[in-house]
Design a protein around this ligand. Sequence first.
Ligand code: SF4
Ligand code: FES
Length: 247
Amino acid sequence: MNITLRIWRQAGPDLPGKLVDYQVPGVSPDMSFLEMLDVLNERLAGQGQDPIAFDSDCREGICGMCSLVINGQAHGPERGTATCQLHMRTFQDGDVITVEPFRARAFPPIKDLAVDRSAFDRVMAAGGFISVNTGNAADANAVLVPKVMADEAMDAAACIGCGACVAACPNAAAMLFVAAKISHLALLPQGRPEQARRALSMRKAMDEESFGNCSNETECEAACPKEIKFSNIARFNREFLKASLTE
Ligand code: SF4
Ligand code: FES
């Protein structure tokens, strides 16, 4: 396949950026999107040019490091797929593909396609944990959790913290991310002691990081590579309201 990439290049955080076209011939349909960028970067480096900066780590859809807005969609066109799991067979020979960084005030640019998503870490540090004594592993079934609750908690725990929900939201809201973390912990007995404090402090931290507000666009759910459900946001709102009235 012969692909034309239109890639956002920006040499540094406060410098102007622009879209630059690159021809990438001989792309295998079995390559991942990031492998194709690796091939392009090897060529650029070989020509003495600056390779394109982008984030990745596990390349297995687990770590949440990869980002990229591909043809206007965070993580590209495949539903429930992180950028690192996206394959070139999704595209056609001769396609022109526009590649941009996640854009949100809370995710300041670093270079090219890489942005600083440490705002998520600070929101997590504000309450995305439990403070129980973990000790040895508890005996199986020592803490009984209804199956339906365990399933919902596991679904919420699948959030990899990638930030696509923020990138896809017209308000750059972080509600789906925070709602996933709140839900994961609020649904399990171990998370209950700090339930109210967690909802208040994570909400406060989220607002302080300049994320926008949710206006029920549901673009976050559509972009999420882990298909975290929008209904978690309703649970977050309930948790926050309850905590505001009781704490
Ligand atoms: S909710 Fe989905 S899109 Fe948002 S950070 Fe978690 S995994 Fe990524
Ligand atoms: S590189 Fe780890 S999720 Fe994509």
